[in-house]
Write a protein that binds this ligand. Structure first.
Ligand SMILES: *[C@@H]1O[C@H](CO)[C@@H](O)[C@H](O)[C@H]1NC(C)=O
Ligand SMILES: *[C@@H]1O[C@H](CO)[C@@H](O)[C@H](O)[C@H]1NC(C)=O
Ligand SMILES: *[C@@H]1O[C@H](CO)[C@@H](O)[C@H](O)[C@H]1NC(C)=O
Ligand SMILES: *[C@@H]1O[C@H](CO)[C@@H](O)[C@H](O)[C@H]1NC(C)=O
Ligand SMILES: *[C@@H]1O[C@H](CO)[C@@H](O)[C@H](O)[C@H]1NC(C)=O
Ligand SMILES: *[C@@H]1O[C@H](CO)[C@@H](O)[C@H](O)[C@H]1NC(C)=O
Ligand SMILES: *[C@@H]1O[C@H](CO)[C@@H](O)[C@H](O)[C@H]1NC(C)=O
Ligand SMILES: *[C@@H]1O[C@H](CO)[C@@H](O)[C@H](O)[C@H]1NC(C)=O
Length: 434
């Protein structure tokens, strides 16, 4: 539990910012269930926030409602609003959730070290009300994809004594699959948490990232952008799975499949921070027939699960007057060039664990092979496991324990890192437990 000394320390630390200092007391716990982000004034930035440095805490509250009944092993949970930078390099803000473990957990911990795992969730939605800080209470408490619930992963990490940071990395415009926005929001969430004084001041904090699929987009972009944008950060590691290095390839792989529901969001995300691009996109949508503008734009208020159901097996291009050609306009491809292809902005400055099913049908293993090969060529420290079993969905479950084991080794110092290793593995957790 926080003492008043902690509150005082937080205010002293942040007072020099002046502009936003009055909003910085930790807002008290409310037992009421949270409002959706679109209707909750907490999810706004205070006046003058643009003048603060990226990563500055703008608001903080005890996470409301029945949070500790949906996530086990947390002694306290906070929501933090912080300053970040959008894909146009304009000031923006985002919200993160910080979970604090119980102090009595000693397994795998070192008394002079704290461990902070930043989990980037594949929420894959262009609806701000699908953001993790809110979904924890609802969707994340439900089992998904035969691999347990998202909240189970958080509880598991907390049970190891790790702090967990979980940014709403798509930001307030729900900019799904926007590399720069997501990378910045992830880096700034970690800056915010490290400056919050909610981690023990007496210990050294090791921090690492973990993301699968849509979550790996945020983690990977954070790693690409870190050296330029947040050079003071020093990550101990990153685990990414189901990587999507090339969104155009993923688009072409997903259209017409059971997971085509990701595609309206891919384009609504890409246009979420550019009015001209959004206006163009909307202008190219058909206005009649089954594949029309209102059906496409309905995605603006769907969670990823709802979008999978709404658009299953649909042809993305059928929504557009001139089909696929409409998506080749420079007003869209220019944004894509900056945000949709990994491996062009920078390279991870941390040991990296990459896992991918060879049979991944969302994004070819070849595109991840190429990314890793490029990293290996310039001495990035990477361990890459290609699973001979399964596909994008089964690798969520097949990869989970491998990622957590690797991260555990990073935190406790037992991971063997250094160099470049590429191996084929055969891991089939899902069939052995079903
Ligand atoms: C938490 O509250 C929400 C909304 O009232 C409810 O749907 C959910 O079942 C509750 N969860 C638990 C574990 O009590
Ligand atoms: C730590 O303390 C909490 C609260 O008293 C309790 O629920 C939890 O089981 C304890 N954990 C361990 C590992 O002893
Ligand atoms: C404990 O953590 C500190 C800080 O990270 C590190 O210097 C030290 O080597 C660790 N001790 C052990 C036994 O791992
Ligand atoms: C909570 O942590 C304990 C270890 O301290 C672990 O055994 C348990 O599985 C965790 N709970 C969940 C739901 O992961
Ligand atoms: C991405 O994939 C598309 C479709 O396969 C391909 O044409 C393009 O060259 C790829 N772009 C990059 C940067 O790898
Ligand atoms: C995915 O896209 C790549 C490149 O465009 C293509 O070679 C591959 O066959 C596609 N895979 C599937 C399953 O559609
Ligand atoms: C738009 O598409 C939806 C879903 O196919 C359909 O129900 C609706 O009638 C269509 N609207 C128009 C104006 O054609
Ligand atoms: C891994 O499997 C691929 C086929 O997907 C094969 O071409 C390659 O040689 C294998 N690599 C190793 C290191 O065994």
């Amino acid at each position: 539990m926080l003492t008043t000394r902690f509150f005082a320390a937080l205010e002293c630390l942040l007072a020099p910012c002046g502009i936003v200092a009055s909003s910085l007391q930790i807002q008290p716990y409310s037992p009421l269930e949270p409002l959706p982000p679109s209707r909750d004034p907490f999810y706004t930035a205070p006046h003058g926030f643009e003048k603060t440095a990226p990563g500055t805490i703008l608001r903080i509250r005890h996470a409301p409602g029945n949070i500790t009944s949906v996530v086990a092993n947390a002694s306290a949970v906070y929501h933090i609003v912080y300053r970040t930078t959008d894909s146009n390099y304009k000031p923006s803000f985002a919200v993160t959730t910080l979970f604090v473990p119980f102090g009595n957990v000693t397994a795998g911990t070192n008394s002079s070290q704290s461990s902070l795992l930043s989990i980037q969730i594949p929420y894959n939605s262009v609806w701000v009300d699908a953001s993790p800080s809110y979904a924890i209470y609802y969707d994340f408490a439900q089992p998904a994809f035969g691999a347990g619930s998202t909240n189970d992963d958080t509880s598991h990490a907390l049970g190891k004594g790790w702090f967990v940071n979980m940014p709403d990395h798509e930001g307030p415009a729900a900019s799904f699959a926007m590399g720069i926005t997501e990378g910045h929001a992830t880096l700034d969430s970690i800056r915010a948490v490290l400056s919050s004084r909610l981690l023990p001041a007496t210990t050294h904090t090791k921090y690492a990232m973990w993301g699968y699929s849509g979550g790996s987009i945020a983690s990977e972009w954070a790693a690409e952008l870190q050296e330029q944008y947040a050079p003071e950060l020093s990550f101990s590691g990153m685990a990414i799975g189901g990587c999507v290095p090339n969104m155009t390839e993923a688009r072409d792989n997903l259209t017409g499949t059971a997971y085509a529901g990701l595609l309206p969001g891919m384009y609504l995300g890409l246009t979420s921070e550019d009015e001209d691009a959004r206006a163009y996109l909307v202008s190219r949508l058909k206005t009649s027939g089954p594949y029309n503008a209102s059906a496409f734009l309905a995605d603006l208020k769907l969670t990823v699960t709802q979008a999978f159901a709404a658009y299953a097996n649909q042809d993305l291009y059928a929504y557009f007057v001139n089909g696929r050609a409409d998506l080749e306009a420079p007003v869209l491809t220019n944004i894509g060039a900056r945000n949709s292809y990994q491996g062009y902005h920078g390279v991870p400055q941390m040991p990296t664990f990459v896992y991918k099913a060879i049979g991944d049908e969302f994004s070819t293993v070849r595109s991840t092979d190429a990314l890793v090969e490029r990293w290996c060529g310039i001495n990035v420290d990477v361990e890459y496991q290609r699973n001979t079993v399964g596909n994008h969905i089964t690798e969520i479950g097949n990869g989970k324990q491998r990622a957590l084991n690797w991260l555990g080794g990073i935190f406790d110092g037992t991971a063997i890192v250094g160099g470049c290793s590429v191996q084929n593995v055969t891991v089939d957790v899902t069939s052995s437990v079903s």
